[in-house]
Design a protein around this ligand. Structure first.
Ligand code: SF4
Length: 423
C-alpha cells in the first residue's frame, strides 16, 4: 500500500480522539501560492505557554485485536486497514516538519498483536525521531492500556505528553462495551506516569540535571452518551482524576453513533451540547474552586443543558444572591454568572481605589446581561425581575431554539424547521 493511502486511512481513523482538534481542511497549493492545507490529519493543539501548535495526528495502525463496541476500528468492523513501520512514520513526521506543515506529532494506535508489541512500535518511532533525526518538536503519545510499565517509562522519556484514554466512565460500562480492557489496565499506566512525575519533581530539587519524563503531563478522554452514566458520575470521576493523578486535562468526546449495538444507548446524533456543558463544568472545577457535588446532586444528577453550569448552580443557590460587588469576597465574586477570573481580579483591584458603580462594572468587563440578576452595585439591584428562579431563568434562556448537535445539510426540512431565530 502506498504511503499516501496509509496516511489517509490512519489520519482519518485518528479523528475520533479529541485530545486535540482536527483542522479538517482540504485546500491544495495552486499556482505557486504559499502554504498547503491538503494534508490529512494536521490539527491544532495548545502548548503549556498558550501557543497554538499544529500537530500531525495519526494512528500507527488501525488493525486491532480488540472489539470495543463504540469504536470504528474494532476488529469486527469491516474498514480498510493500514499499518506503518516506525521508519515510515518517523520519515513522514520529519518531512512534514521540515516543510513547516507541523510543529509536532500526536501518535496513537489500535492494539496490534498485543499491548506490549504496539507500545514497542510506538517507542521505536519516537526514539528514531528523537535520537536519529534529533527532532525536538512536541510529541503527544498514547499509552496503550495493558502495556508493561517499563515500556511506559521508556516512552515517557521521549514524549512531551502522554495520555491513557479511560473512554468509559464506569467499570460496568467498560466490561459491557470494551470487555478486553480492564480498569486496572487503564489505571495502572496512569498511576505509573503520575508516580514517575512526582519522583522526577522530587529529584529535580536534589539534582541539577534529571532525565525529562513527560514534561507536559498526562491527559485522558471520556466518551459521553454511549452509556447511561450521569453528568454527576462523569464530573466526579474527572474531579478524582485531577486530584489523585494530577491530570492536565480530561477531554470529553460526544459519542458519534456509527453502529447499531444493543449495548450502546440509542441516539441519532452526538450529544454535543451535553459535551459542551461538561467542558464548562470541568473549567469550574479547575479554575473556579467548585466541587462536583456542588454543581450536581444525587437528586439532580444531570445538567439542564439549556443553561450553563454556573448559572445552573446560581439558580439553585439564590439564597446567596444578590452579592454586593463592592464588598463580596473574591471567591463569591467568582461564583457570580457573568464574572470570570480576570474580571473578578479587576473588581478586587479597582474597588480599592473607588466605589464601583454599574457603569464601571461594564468597563471592567463584567457580562452584565447575566451578572445583573445576581449582584447589587452600591446597594442597587439592576435585574429586571424579582430574584426568583423561574423569572431569572426566563430572562436568561436564549431567545431561540437550542439545537443539540450540528445542523445537517442533507436533512433539509428538519434543518430549516430548527434554524435558530436571530433576535
Ligand atoms: S482498543 Fe482502541 S482501537 Fe481497538 S477497538 Fe478498542 S478503542 Fe478501538
Amino acid at each position: 500500500m502506498d504511503l499516501l493511502k496509509k496516511i489517509r486511512i490512519l489520519a482519518d481513523a485518528a479523528k475520533y480522539d479529541v485530545s486535540c482538534s482536527s483542522s479538517g481542511s482540504d485546500r491544495e497549493n495552486k499556482n505557486s501560492g504559499i502554504g498547503n492545507a491538503s494534508f490529512y490529519g494536521i490539527c491544532h493543539s495548545w502548548s503549556e505557554d498558550g501557543r497554538c501548535i499544529s500537530l500531525l495526528k495519526i494512528l500507527f495502525t488501525n488493525i486491532c485485536i480488540y472489539n470495543c463496541s463504540y469504536c470504528v476500528n474494532r476488529c469486527s468492523n469491516d474498514v480498510e486497514r493500514a499499518l506503518f513501520t516506525p521508519e515510515e512514520l518517523a520519515d513522514i513526521t520529519i518531512n512534514f516538519y521540515r516543510r513547516n506543515y507541523i510543529e509536532g506529532l500526536f501518535l496513537s494506535s489500535a492494539v496490534y498483536k498485543s499491548p506490549d508489541y504496539t507500545m514497542e512500535l510506538l517507542i521505536k518511532t519516537v526514539k528514531k525521531l528523537r535520537e536519529e533525526y534529533n527532532f525536538n518538536g512536541y510529541i503527544h503519545l498514547k499509552a496503550i492500556p495493558g502495556a508493561d510499565v517499563n515500556l511506559i517509562r521508556l516512552a515517557g522519556l521521549y514524549a512531551d505528553r502522554m495520555s491513557v484514554n479511560i473512554e468509559l466512565p464506569s467499570e460496568k460500562s467498560l466490561k459491557l462495551l470494551a470487555p478486553q480492557k480492564t480498569k486496572e489496565s487503564i489505571i495502572k499506566p496512569m498511576s505509573f506516569i503520575h508516580n514517575q512525575l512526582m519522583e522526577k519533581s522530587e529529584s529535580k530539587k536534589l539534582m541539577r540535571r534529571t532525565d525529562k519524563f513527560v514534561p507536559a503531563g498526562q491527559t485522558t478522554q471520556l466518551i459521553i452518551g454511549a452509556t447511561p452514566e450521569s453528568d454527576r458520575t462523569i464530573l466526579k470521576l474527572s474531579e478524582n482524576l485531577y486530584k489523585y493523578y494530577d491530570l492536565k486535562r480530561v477531554y470529553y468526546s460526544a459519542y458519534i453513533p456509527v453502529f447499531n449495538d444493543n449495548n450502546i444507548l440509542g441516539m441519532t446524533s452526538p450529544p454535543l451540547l451535553r459535551e459542551h456543558r461538561l467542558y464548562q463544568a470541568d473549567w469550574l472545577l479547575r479554575y473556579y474552586n467548585f466541587k462536583a457535588d456542588e454543581l450536581l446532586t444525587e437528586e439532580e444528577p444531570n445538567f439542564d443543558v439549556s443553561l450553563d453550569p454556573k448559572i445552573n448552580w446560581a439558580m439553585k443557590n439564590l439564597n446567596l444572591f444578590p452579592v454586593e460587588v463592592n464588598t463580596a469576597d473574591y471567591n463569591m465574586l467568582l461564583r457570580v454568572p457573568g464574572i470570570g477570573l480576570r474580571t473578578a481580579n479587576r473588581i478586587v483591584k479597582a474597588r480599592k481605589a473607588a466605589y464601583l458603580n454599574y457603569d464601571s462594572l461594564k468597563k471592567l468587563g463584567v457580562v452584565l446581561k447575566r451578572a445583573k440578576y445576581f449582584i447589587t452595585c452600591n446597594g442597587k439591584y439592576y435585574g429586571e425581575c424579582e430574584i426568583e428562579t423561574d423569572k431569572i431563568k426566563n430572562k436568561l434562556l436564549p431567545k431561540r431554539n437550542v439545537i443539540e448537535g450540528q445542523l445537517s445539510i442533507f436533512d433539509i426540512d428538519n434543518t430549516l424547521n430548527n434554524l435558530p431565530i436571530i433576535v
